[in-house]
Design a protein around this ligand. Sequence first.
Ligand code: AHR
Length: 858
Amino acid sequence: MRKVVISFFVLCLFFSGQSSLFANEPDSAYIFVYGTAKNNYHNGLHVAWSLDKHTWHPVGPEHSFVKSDYGPWGAEKKMFDPFLFRAPDGTWHCVWSLNNEDGAFAHASSSDLVTWSRQSYPLVLSNGNCLEPMIAYDDTNDVYTISWTSNKGQKQAYFVTTKDFKHYSTAKKTTSFLPKKEKVTLPDGEQSGTLHKVAWHTVDNIIKAQQLAAYKAKLNSERMTDDGQRFHDLKDVKATINVRKDDTRQISDLLVGIFFEDINYAADGGLYAELIQNRGFEYSPDIRKEWNSLTAWNAYDAYSKLSIDTISPIHINNKHYVTLEATAGGGLANEGFGGIAVRANEKYNLSLFARAPDANTVHLQIRLEDANGKAIGQTIIKGLSKTWKKHELTLTSSATVKNARLVIQLQQAGKVNLDMVSLFPENTFRNHKNGLRADLAQTIADMKPRFVRFPGGCVAHGNGIDNIYHWKHTIGPLEARKHQRNIWGYHQSYGLGYFEYFQFCEDLGAEPIPVVAAGVPCQNSAHNGHALAGQQCGIPMEEMGDYVQDILDLIEYANGGVNTVWGKKRAEAGHPEPFNLKYIGVGNEDLITDIFEERFTLIYNTIKEKHPEIHVIGTAGPFYEGTDYIEGWKLASTLQIPYMDEHYYNPPGWYIHNQDFYDKYDRSNAKVYLGEYAAHIPSRASTIETALAEALHLCNIERNGDIVAMTSYAPLLAKTGNTQWNPDLIYFDNTEVNPTVGYYVQQLFGQHAGNAYIFSDLQLNNSDDNVRKRIGKSIVRDEVSGDIILKLVNLLPVEVAMASDISELAVDSENVKATILSGTPADKDAKPIDTKIDLNNFKLQPYSLTVIRFKEKK
Ligand code: AHR
């Protein structure tokens, strides 16, 4: 066979059709479809092809056409014994075994073996497992039979029947189970799988799909660290911008917001200003095996006895409290979240609940101690009672100390119960009680975020249905809030709860965007005692009515009058005025399964019916392509969801080579909320390279601000030494706040947002596409201030001499302000610098973002 080889780019151009680029091709071929044990069974479904069943060509070789999405990363998401079957209508059905435990198998289908449907995991054998599943078809009855073996207990084969791969008969035993697998020797060994004769174009399509994926991966892997070689002879780059003043487009005025998730100790020990760790004595080994109710607490001396009790607690949601039994001077101490940071002459509000059997004789001395045990603030609590009583007082610190501790001592020998021991700086953001850390909150405020998405992320849908975030558990008196295991492996006190989130949004002048689970937990959830792993289960449908009501109650809590049940609770918390909620996110990058769709649709339709004024934001999975993305967007069209939340964490190369990503979006469909994104490099640091890739993306998003309504970088906060995820926008410890380079990009776009995009042309003296793609631009008008803002990104290692033809804009040249963020690609410390600029003639520094703001002459 003579093959005419043509350039890869032309090949890609022809990819979509069935037209072949090869002359003298066969009509048909064989494909062998198999899975391997490589990477601990995580590599999914592979295909090899052959014309003669002797010489086999693996496509890839390790290319996965579909991967298992079942359960958590690592332990699950494995594919054992895939079995592919072609239905009479041409649809390919694949079933595989999930693990050795569950009585479920996986099913997915495809029309071309390249694009795969949503997966399902029917639970067919509750007391067994499903090994070596296979499919047969009975054309007399038009029914499929799935049979498998189970080796849990006694080895036994079973089968179920189905007409649609959604509804299955009850499992029955069979004695005629005969796995129909073939063995084929591939270049790296013998594999077992299924063999099919197919039309050549099917094979051709498969080969091209793999080649396209490999090509895209190569583009995505483009790194600025290789620029020395890539652009070794590049010099004298000149660019001219021609502004088309009257060619404008209205764009969203909510483009840059923030995504707040309690990850990396962002809430307790972070933004939430509480200084006492484990104030409610609710830590437990269920959260972290080395934790217990006394974590972060210590007996003050060898004679002080601490024990944990649960009899008659202050609130049923806060069951544990400490009993301190000691002689005079004995007590307990809290070390805070890695030390308590206090400042000289600042006030700290202390509160605690106490109960003492010998109330009359016991007084408590409260001391702030530095690391040497020296008191730097103290006070006394007298008048304990025999029933729980809340005591509140203020301490002033006499010194600035990073690692103080709070000590509570008995002044006389005795016994006392203590709970909800709390110490707050008086100086919180906007001076709220139970407020937020002022420096951290101010750093966020400086970004001028137009909205706040909360409380997650994965925290919102939780690890298993028992871990779903319920907003009602997070409001009301602090001692009545439920404690919860955080999906990221620590504890949530919910001191920062829905009231505080709404209040923070109000303080920032930002739209609140709460995200509630779509009745399903995180797609990577573990079993947690449920029959099916992870996201593949959901809140039982008979409980969904209550769950949907909770969401309606949330809307009432935010917006209802003070005479409504939930509006009254808001008023009791100190906010009679509504919070003016307009948006609500339902779901977080979930697996789009039938289980998801059923629950999402119920929630969506109910909100639409009862609160047509609320804009629901749906979810399109964790990637910018693939099954969840396709299925999520399909659902958006079917249900006419007004906004869709997209997530992707991509390498810088993706942002460089996908600048037209949103130019391709259908304007009549849902608007996009890019709820989570960031540029990731292998070191997972925020550098000039990642930050400029994000800046480039934001320029392209501003151009598409008619269809992209909102964006938020993720995640926002990380406590140094307590991070589960990198990079984050702002790192902090107990005393310092360290914004990253990526933060400054978000800040510059947030502070210099507009609501009209002005189209322009960029002309370069260099026709190399690689050079052209490295220069980004966006011009917007802020119709409130009347300012024009020009953003230019130079991702090249050389200066770009700029000339701009902006004469049409009638620039007030006295009032041109410029800010430049630049550095080497690996730079993690770059900060924006304000400068002056001559708009007719200026230079873009190598690897830089330049923001120019000016007024138009009236
Ligand atoms: O932003 C961190 C995590 O990334 C979020 O919790 C989740 O939604 C995504 O996978």
